[in-house]
Ligand binder design. Structure first.
Ligand SMILES: Cc1cc2nc3c(=O)[nH]c(=O)nc-3n(C[C@H](O)[C@H](O)[C@H](O)COP(=O)(O)OP(=O)(O)OC[C@H]3O[C@@H](n4cnc5c(N)ncnc54)[C@H](O)[C@@H]3O)c2cc1C
Length: 392
């Protein structure tokens, strides 16, 4: 990328809002990502905007995703009126190393492919009773089994002693190094594991050319929802999708973007004028998402999450950058609340099976998500409900 003369890389900036001109994306507003002070947002005008901001893992307390994967691209598009697809479908990887490290180091599935087994504290192998493929069952099933062992206090560990033993360091050097840095010797002891938010099947709805529903806006990679991954991505398909759609988007922009300079009539940004630290709000949000919008969900927990998201949004204030993060969290929680069934990465303990009326994708705007959130909060019993009002 750096060697390409037509590409100018600008680092250290964080985009927070799309610039919209006459209903068309005409650039982005951004600001220094780690500025101690609060400079005014910078406007980058563009005739075509491609969002490629990655996933949403950092909205959850435990994730394999890097710090920047905060779902801001989804929120920026949603706030500009874009349709968001399948936001409730978040894939949880079954085996991250259970530690306080953020992001949580991944323990690759290939270890289970080599014969490593999942056991609890008592040394009992629990997957054989749950799925015919045992440890090699689908990600959501293994993730739920581990989640339940941990929730019941029995704990979950990946035991590679018999399968790999002293071969571990040579066969899986990255996992080995991560374990050693956390004081675990995986050749001699089981690795404590926990599910972690890993991949977002949902995102900005795009067509086969990568176009979103907002004119002038394309989306590529994990921030987009092409529908290719269904409700539960198969491992290793996301990079392939990003490469294919990256090329398609470049070709589409080449042939479709109008000549001439845009950006004469751009409205000022709604958020980003206050850059107060959002860390306390983000920390609270991540705990709420993990507790109520995580591996297992139910209607009352999701309604509670929506109440809490609204409370945090109000506390952070209308100009806060936190609003983007809260917006994406709300889209996920509201769509998970609405989908009264279990399918792929979305599992409801109050509707444990797939249901025919829900055999379709979710297409939702921010306005619709706000309506779902308001109804969910209104339906909560008074005792659980704080007086709340969902902000648009
Ligand atoms: C540990 C791990 C292992 C994986 N292994 C595989 C695998 O083997 N095969 C596979 O297919 N997939 C794998 N995945 C998934 C895959 O890596 C991701 O889906 C993919 O990297 C996403 O690419 P992307 O370009 O969409 O986003 P990213 O690679 O996450 O890039 C997004 C970029 O946008 C920037 N950004 C974010 N927000 C903003 C903002 N507001 N303003 C400015 N910049 C912003 C980020 O800093 C980052 O540079 C793995 C994921 C993880 C976490």
């Amino acid at each position: 990328v750096r060697a390409c003369p037509s590409i100018r890389v600008m680092e250290g900036l964080s985009a927070h809002e799309l610039a919209i001109e006459n209903g068309r994306a005409a650039g982005v507003f951004a600001r220094p990502a780690h500025a101690a002070t609060a400079p005014q947002p910078l406007l980058f005008k563009a005739r075509a905007v491609v969002l490629a901001s990655g996933g949403v893992g950092q909205l959850f307390a435990v994730t394999t995703n890097p710090r920047e994967a905060r779902g801001e691209g989804v929120a920026m598009a949603a706030r500009a009126g874009a349709v968001i697809a399948d936001p409730e479908f978040v894939q949880f990887h079954p085996t991250a190393i259970a530690s306080t490290r953020d992001p949580a180091p991944l323990v690759t599935e290939a270890l289970r492919g080599e014969g490593a087994i999942l056991v609890n504290k008592a040394g009992q192998r629990f997957m054989t009773a749950i799925h015919e493929d045992a440890e090699l069952g689908p990600r959501d099933i293994v993730a739920r089994a581990i989640f339940r062992e941990i929730a019941s206090g029995r704990g979950a560990f990946l035991d590679a002693r018999a399968a790999l033993g002293t071969r571990f360091a040579d066969a899986f050097p990255t996992v080995y190094e991560n374990c050693r840095s956390l004081g675990i010797d995986p050749a001699r002891e089981p690795i404590p594991v926990a599910p972690a938010a890993h991949y977002h099947m949902g995102g900005i709805l795009v067509d086969a050319r990568g176009r979103s529903t907002v004119e002038g806006l394309w989306a590529c990679g994990e921030v987009a929802s092409t529908g290719m991954h269904g409700a539960n991505r198969l491992a290793s398909n996301s990079l392939l999708e990003a490469i294919v759609f990256g090329a398609r988007i470049a070709a589409d922009i080449d042939g479709s973007v109008p000549e001439g300079r845009a950006g004469h009539d751009i409205a000022p940004p709604v958020i980003g004028s206050a850059s107060s630290p959002d860390t306390p709000f983000v920390d609270q949000l991540r705990k709420i998402m993990a507790s109520h919008v995580g591996v297992e969900r139910d209607g009352s927990g999701l309604a509670h999450a929506l109440t809490e998201i609204a409370r945090l949004e109000r506390a952070a204030g209308p100009a806060s950058l936190f609003r983007n993060i809260a917006t994406t969290a709300k889209l996920i929680a509201a769509s998970a609340y609405a989908r009264e069934e279990s399918r792929g990465g979305h599992y409801r303990t109050d509707f444990t099976e797939p249901r025919a009326p829900w055999r379709h994708r979710t297409f939702v705007t921010l306005k619709e998500a706000n309506r779902i959130a308001e109804a969910a909060i209104a339906a909560l019993p008074a005792a659980q409900k704080e007086e709340t009002q969902v902000s648009a």
